[in-house]
Design a protein around this ligand. Structure first.
Ligand code: HEM
Length: 515
């Protein structure tokens, strides 16, 4: 009896193997290496756990730098080498320009009306992206918004100084997050909302909604991969995002109406004012639709805040563990800036060591480990394999950044590797892609990078940093949590000691209301 069951079991396996092979061959031409999609409906989904970028990195060691996975019903390829990333972004960028929209985001970005989540790189996407780039991130716009960055970073330094005066460690996560949020809010809506001394009901409600949506946007929704399960909303994500959308709608509608009632829209210096007053310039007729405005506002909040804050938190954590690099960065700062003034954005080009630290942080801790998902509109050939249309693509930059054939001792934090190197972060050096590459490369790159460099420079120049009493560097937790942004699992707390004259820590006079 036992033998019969073993024999029938073997037959079943052979049958499944032949069936599967023939399916793959039929679908893929020459089949792409990848693990066997064992489970009906789920395929390879169970191979991915809490940190999918690490699971995929480990799988790539067995299956190679291009591998096929069946994630639920979705045929997916994972790219894990700079060589194939280059092929994708240089040769097949147009083919892979489609952006699949997760269900949660469907509600939060109005069915994909924003730059990041518009499916196609069509005329609509181009005009929207152009408006965003020119009005927020062009060199001219960056100069115009410099005072916002300067004031917010000075406010951050002041708050850390106050923590130090009160003898308490600073919770870096909260401080950095509030700073990023306030910068973004001022650019978009001309107002500060986070970390304010005085509480205000409307502000608090807005903040609460933003925090709630940031908490759910990156959660992997099983219904997106297994359509059979979608109606059950097992994780409650669809329900939550629908509820949040209603609240967001209400708040943004009120903001838009208030702004329309005001005279002199053209004088509004924020992005909401621009979107309401300049639609013709970007080919949107007399009035940009409210849903488009709301989608753009919400996307910018999602994309432009945690990304920056989490990178600075990782950088500070690494520098605490490697004080020799922090020391070198301070020596450079003292040399270039001196001790009688604070760092200015114009100092950055001369702060080469600081730039190397930032690159090394982006290498080891890219905030968006798998980039944003893409799909190919048309069939193409990658790495010698035929890829049929509608194949999902993830580029595992976390894995590429750890490739030992490119980086010596890739798991070590060592900024020296970038000293004197020409590799930059613009998406043309395929071994370092924290902002992505190709036509869907991050448009917020100049703003995000400047903020990371400036906040880090100001921290290192203004303070020496140590861990709170009772904590030691050996035990410092460097684990991650995966979401749309991969954050440090345990937020960093530090004790900061000032190293500049005291008048350089005074609170700034904000040039807007809400402080
Ligand atoms: C440290 C800061 C940042 C990092 C590391 C980062 C990273 C990324 C990455 C990896 C992508 C996907 C690129 C691809 O698919 O190839 C992306 C796209 C995008 N990012 Fe950023 N980002 C940052 C800051 C910002 C800021 C400040 C904004 C603006 C408010 C922004 C807005 C966007 C948008 C709109 C897209 C979608 C572009 C498109 O699909 O056309 N990002 N970002």
């Amino acid at each position: 009896m036992g033998w019969v069951s073993i024999r029938s079991c073997k037959c079943l396996h052979i049958f499944i193997f032949v069936f599967y092979k023939s399916m793959r061959l039929k679908r893929w031409g020459q089949s792409i290496p990848g693990p066997f999609p064992l489970w009906p409906f789920l395929g390879n989904l169970l191979l991915l756990h809490k940190l999918p970028h690490r699971d995929l990195y480990n799988l790539s060691k067995t299956y190679g730098d291009i591998m096929e996975l069946k994630l639920g019903s979705i045929h997916t390829i994972i790219i894990s080498s700079a060589r194939l990333a280059k092929e994708i972004f240089m040769t097949h960028d147009q083919a892979f320009s489609f952006r699949p929209l997760p269900t949660t985001l469907h509600y939060l970005v109005y069915g994909g009306l924003s730059v990041a989540w518009t499916h196609k790189t069509d005329d609509y996407w181009q005009r929207l992206r152009k408006m965003k780039v020119l009005e927020l991130f062009s060199p001219k716009s960056l100069i115009a918004s410099k005072h916002v960055r300067d004031e917010e970073i000075s406010s951050l330094m002041h708050d850390v100084f106050e923590d130090c005066k009160e003898g308490k460690p600073t919770n870096m996560r909260t401080r950095l997050f509030d700073t990023s949020m306030n910068m973004m809010m001022r650019l978009l809506l001309g107002k500060r909302y986070f970390g304010l001394k005085l509480s205000d009901k409307k502000n608090d409600e807005f903040k609460d909604i933003i925090l709630k949506q940031l908490a759910i946007v990156g959660i992997f929704n099983i219904g997106d991969f297994v359509p059979l399960l979608r109606p059950f909303d097992l994780q409650g994500l669809t329900t939550q995002s629908k509820q949040l959308r209603l609240k967001i709608d209400q708040i943004f509608d009120e903001m838009i109406q208030d702004r329309l009632k005001q005279n002199g829209l053209n004088d509004s210096k924020d992005f909401l004012g621009t979107m309401l007053s300049l639609p013709k310039t970007y080919g949107f007729g007399d009035r940009l639709g409210d849903n488009i405005i709301k989608a753009i506002l919400n996307e910018s909040i999602q994309a432009g805040t945690d990304t920056t804050a989490c990178t600075i938190e990782w950088a500070l954590a690494e520098l605490l563990r490697h004080p020799q690099f922090a020391k070198k960065a301070r020596e450079e700062l003292d040399d270039v800036v001196g001790l009688e003034r604070v760092v200015n954005e114009s100092d950055i080009p001369r702060l080469k060591y600081l730039q190397a630290i930032v690159k090394e942080t982006f290498r080891l801790h890219p905030p968006i480990t798998l980039l944003l998902p893409r799909e190919n509109i048309e069939g193409c050939e990658v790495g010698g394999y035929h890829i049929p249309p509608k194949t999902r693509l993830y580029v595992n930059v976390w894995a590429i950044h750890r490739d030992p054939s490119i980086y010596e001792n890739p798991l070590e934090f060592n900024p020296e590797r970038f000293v004197g190197s020409n590799v930059d972060l613009k998406g043309k050096d395929f071994q370092l892609l924290p902002f992505g590459s190709g036509r869907r490369v991050c448009p917020g790159y100049p703003f995000g990078l400047t903020n990371v460099q400036m906040e880090l420079a100001r921290f290192l120049h203004s303070f020496t940093l140590s861990l709170p009493k009772g904590e030691n560097l050996q035990d410092m937790d460097m684990s991650e949590v995966f979401s749309i942004i991969t954050l440090k699992a345990i937020s960093l707390h530090v004790v900061a000691t000032p190293r500049l004259p005291l008048h350089l820590y005074v609170a700034p006079q904000f040039t807007i209301c809400g402080n």
